[in-house]
Design a protein around this ligand. Structure first.
Ligand code: ADP
Ligand code: MG
Ligand code: MG
Length: 970
């Protein structure tokens, strides 16, 4: 069958569906879907993404048959609209709009009013009896076509418009009369002729072909490519093109154009929220050139339209089950919908919207009834309009890990006094995206990128932003613009990132040449610091203290739902009682990794004692030094245990190579010499001895305790003494002693045995009753490969996936940053989908992990298994850990909620897959069932644990490891 490249929509019928974003792009799919549910959408057709991909793959050639298809659809559109393209009496005009599968706001091109020519503009003027409107439309078309399709200089044409306004003393475009616009059009055309070497195309088909190709090409424009890079959009192959009948918001004061959100995208309140410009065409709003009116004013100005828009709001939220971002135009009092998509929102709004959509209806029953009665809302929406539109699971699935991280983005500290705020206030703009930021002022996106790359915090100050600026906007801590409203480019893009943004700060007088702005009498130069408060729109001079905010109550509600849903436990990596308290606050259920070495750097005394131990040349001297360290460690552990109040605390024995602790400078060596009496030369000699060519694979981890068992003795004693002390004070403790970098079962047995001997001795000495575990990290490939043997010596496994990734892939974590980006770059073939140090490499490292889990559990069914590498807080990796059957993940305190959420999503996704395969299973039973088990070992294991008596599990395990010694336990 011949491939179909064009899908029509209009007059209540659409060939496409909302689910076909990959084919029709988000905009095309939305237009089809809105048409299908009966909303007033101007008719048109969508040229598929595939056609665009073909165009780029074949030297800018259209696929075979595309031209005929388009010609056919133009005819069909002309029939639907009862007008002809280019007609000199009553012309059909169209827009040619870009739209990829994922929203790339303003990154690609759109051309409006196509079909106008010297002849048809006269016809339009006559038939509408509105020459000003006709010439305004032609002026816009000439301008857009010249710049977008032919690539003429935008500034020159803008300059001509600006000069005309000055000459006429007009402040706004709408004040320019028809005659002046007609002259401007003539001027634009002669500029075109002169620059392009030919007349402005008068044939509508030629115009259309040019516009379609320009939209295809805008896919590869630099700004679009940058946006995809910044947003990590790698899986799309092009943009669709939507050709759509024009409706006109610029015909007079009963017309206008607007953008709205079905709920407030800044805070998430269930309030219709939007802006519109009267007597304007679409791009005026989005470009943020004029400052628009609030939607509420539409209610008084055009009550019928407002009512209709309210009904659309309800229908679309019900239909999509999510907050929508809508574009609309009013032509002489009639509403048209031009776009819908899931709206970008701040993190706080994301939580509020998700929770309210899952628990409350959009409107009350009475309100819905009234709307139905007035005829605005179709009756079939009555029921749904007064019910929540999504389930709790959908609410959980909706939130992304980044939403949580951004939720904790900074605010100006409450410690900053009112007086100070008043004294430093420079100006107030429109509070587009909440959160606060401080940094040095820069005036160009490039400068922002350059300084940020050097680690400088910058605030990007622009008149307005344009898509070319996205790289710098991303790099900046905050964005400040002089013009624009809450739906301007700067606001929309920044909101998507949750990045502090203030727009429409009209008091700014920016001088880009001298790189400074003056504002209310003050002058701020490039490099000066300012602080932005995106929540209030205020701009302050200098650097103000920032605090992390309190999350909204909906955050806690949603996280509670997530906790009820997940089966994977979440612990935190925490080294101090403070970290531990923070971790608890973030919802951690234990500590999965306490790195003891951090304790040795805490004070000069401790560092000296540690160094003394290292430079000691006899065991007795080492033990003496270790004895000094013991009380510090014991105190630290008591603090940790008390903070965690009985929750498991995994403490790792000393891990880094010893030379990391040694003095780095002569002065430090002298200090150590003074403290220990060891000669400076001897200290330096010792440092030289300890030097390693490849320390990460050198004398570190448990190898240290094979050489110096007294280190293990001290640490084990400190841990168990601390635990016993807490027990004796009546507290609860669950210590887990963790041996790092194991490579062999026998190595581990020697160390674990010694640890248990020390522990038993301490327990006997103190007479406390204490349960503790001794286990190991699986972080070398050999440990993973011999996990079955190692499990017999270990009560738990904790996957140290940082080292495991490093050693499995042969990539140094410290050096690979230089070339890994190329491995992840899709333009270079995308060898890796993601940085393997951030997202676990499931195909390689992940396979070692799952094999080790299987072998470990076979040898020892009760083996407790977790992960403590960076991956424990990465959503995709957390989902992997769930599916692999781990008991817990452990990550930094701030990522604990991210992991809790991902763990819940893993369960929801597995359920959905199972439901899917169950349905598919009625067709192909074997395959579906096998796949579902493999996909989620954790659920399967838990299900089995519920149905299989414990003893049976144990027997089977014993049988499966014949001839092996049974597990060594105390
Ligand atoms: P973007 O993806 O940059 O938002 P759009 O294709 O949505 O670009 O076009 C920009 C604006 O042009 C829209 O907001 C809309 O107001 C206006 N527009 C596009 N098509 C039409 C049309 N057929 N009739 C009237 N206005 C239109
Ligand atoms: Mg749009
Ligand atoms: Mg390690």
């Amino acid at each position: 069958m011949k491939q179909k490249h064009v899908y029509s929509f209009g007059a209540g019928k659409a060939e496409g569906r909302g689910g076909q974003k990959a084919l029709l792009g988000g905009k095309g799919a939305g237009l089809a879907e809105m048409t299908g549910i009966g909303l007033p959408v101007p008719a048109g057709f969508t040229i598929t993404v595939d056609a665009c991909a073909h165009f780029h793959a074949h030297g800018q050639q259209w696929p075979a048959g595309l031209e005929q298809e388009i010609r056919k659809h133009v005819k069909q559109l002309e029939r639907t609209c009862r007008k002809r393209l280019g007609d000199a009496k009553d012309p059909l005009l169209v827009s040619v709009r870009s739209g990829a599968a994922r929203s790339m706001p303003g990154m690609m091109e759109t051309i409006l009013n196509l079909g106008l020519s010297d002849a048809s503009v006269e016809g339009l003027a006559r038939v509408t009896d509105n020459p000003r409107f006709a010439w305004d439309s032609y002026r816009r078309f000439l301008q857009m076509y010249s710049t977008v399709v032919v690539g003429l200089n935008k500034e020159v044409l803008e300059g001509k418009l600006h000069a005309l306004k000055q000459r006429l003393g007009a402040k706004l475009d709408v004040e320019i009369p028809a005659d002046a616009l007609r002259e401007l059009c003539a001027d634009f055309k002669s500029f075109f002729q002169q620059q392009a070497g030919g007349p402005f195309p008068q044939d509508p088909w030629e115009q259309l072909v040019g516009a379609i190709n320009a939209v295809f090409n805008s896919w590869n424009a630099e700004k679009a490519a940058t946006y995809r890079r910044v947003e990590k959009i790698a899986d799309l192959s092009g943009t669709a093109v939507n050709v759509q009948q024009m409706v006109f918001g610029n015909t007079g004061d009963d017309s206008g154009t607007g953008v709205c959100f079905t709920r407030d995208p800044s805070v998430g309140t269930n309030e219709f929220y939007g802006e519109l410009l009267i007597n304007a065409q679409g791009e005026d709003v989005v470009a943020g050139i004029r400052t628009p009116l609030h939607l509420a004013e539409l209610q008084s100005k055009m009550p019928q339209v407002y009512e209709q828009l309210e009904a659309v709001r309800a229908m679309l939220e019900i239909h999509y089950g999510d907050m929508q971002d809508l574009e609309f135009t009013v032509e002489r009092g009639k509403l048209y919908m031009l776009q819908c998509r899931s709206g970008k929102r701040t993190p706080a709004a994301a939580f509020r919207i998700a929770v309210e959509q899952a628990t409350q209806p959009l409107m009350g029953k009475a309100e819905a009834k009234a709307r139905v009665k007035k005829g605005f809302l179709p009756k079939k929406y009555l029921e749904a309009a007064s019910k929540p539109v999504i389930s709790k699971d959908q609410a959980i699935a909706r939130i992304a890990g980044e939403d949580i991280e951004r939720l904790f983005s900074p605010v100006i500290s409450a410690r900053v006094s009112r007086d100070e705020l008043t004294g430093r206030r420079l100006a107030t703009g429109i509070n587009a995206v909440p959160g606060a930021a401080c940094g040095k002022v820069v005036f160009s996106a490039r400068e922002a990128e350059e300084l940020a790359a050097d680690g400088v915090d910058v605030i990007l100050v622009r008149k307005e932003t344009s898509p070319e600026d996205v790289g710098g906007m991303q790099a900046a801590k905050g964005i400040l613009t002089q013009t624009g409203g809450k739906t301007s480019h700067a606001a929309v893009v920044a909101r998507g990132w949750g990045k502090c943004c203030i727009v429409g700060c009209q008091a700014l007088d920016i001088n880009f040449d001298s790189r400074q702005f003056s504002v209310n009498g003050a002058v701020v130069r490039a490099g000066d610091s300012v602080t932005l408060d995106g929540s209030t729109g205020e701009v302050y001079q200098g650097v103000l203290d920032l605090d992390r905010p309190e999350p909204p109550s909906e955050y806690f509600t949603l996280m509670k739902w997530a906790d009820e849903r997940r089966t994977l436990k979440v612990r935190a990596n925490a080294d101090t009682p403070d970290d531990a308290r923070k971790a608890l606050e973030m919802g951690a259920e234990g500590i999965g990794l306490c790195r003891t070495e951090h304790m040795f750097f805490a004070t000069a005394e401790r560092r000296l004692a540690m160094q003394e131990m290292i430079v000691a040349d006899t065991q007795e001297a080492r033990i003496r030094a270790l004895d000094k360290l013991l009380p510090y460690q014991r105190e630290d552990f008591i603090g940790l245990f008390e903070a965690m109040d009985g929750r498991p605390v995994t403490i790792r024995l000393l891990d880094p190579p010893l030379h990391e602790f040694l003095p780095k400078t002569r002065a430090q060596a002298q200090e150590l010499s003074d403290a220990t009496g060891v000669a400076v030369e001897d200290i330096e000699r010792r440092a030289e001895q300890l030097h390693e060519a490849n320390p990460m694979l050198g004398h570190r981890g448990c190898r240290l305790c094979i050489t110096y068992p007294e280190i293990l003795d001290t640490q084990a004693r400190a841990i168990i003494e601390a635990a016993c002390a807490v027990r004796q004070r009546g507290g609860a403790v669950t210590p887990e002693i963790m041996i790092p970098l194991t490579i062999d079962a026998k190595e581990l047995r020697i160390l674990a045995d010694r640890t248990r001997q020390v522990a038993e001795r301490v327990i006997a000495e103190t007479g406390a009753k204490l349960k503790y575990l001794v286990g190991t990290m699986i972080e070398t490939p050999r440990a993973a490969l011999t996990a079955g043997d190692i499990a017999l010596e270990s009560e738990f496994f904790s996957f140290g996936t940082n080292d495991l990734t490093q050693m499995t892939m042969g990539l140094s974590r410290d050096d690979a940053g230089r070339f890994l980006p190329e491995y992840c770059d899709t333009a270079r073939g995308g060898i890796f989908k993601a940085d393997p140090f951030q997202t676990l490499d499931q195909d390689g490292v992940g396979r070692l992990v799952t094999q080790a889990i299987t072998a470990g559990r076979r040898a020892s069914p009760k083996l407790k298994i977790g992960i403590c590498g960076e991956h424990g807080g990465d959503p995709a990796s957390v989902k992997f850990c769930h599916a692999a059957g781990m008991d817990y993940v452990s990550c930094s305190p701030y990522r604990v909620p991210v992991a809790r959420l991902a763990a819940a999503q893993a369960v929801i996704e597995a359920d959905r897959r199972r439901a899917g395969t169950a349905r598919a299973g009625s067709r192909a039973p074997g395959a579906g069932a096998r796949k579902s088990r493999g996909a989620d070992a954790n659920s399967a294991r838990r299900a089995k644990a519920r149905t299989t008596p414990r003893r049976a599990v144990r027997t089977r395990a014993a049988k499966s490891a014949p001839g092996k010694k049974t597990k060594r336990r105390r």
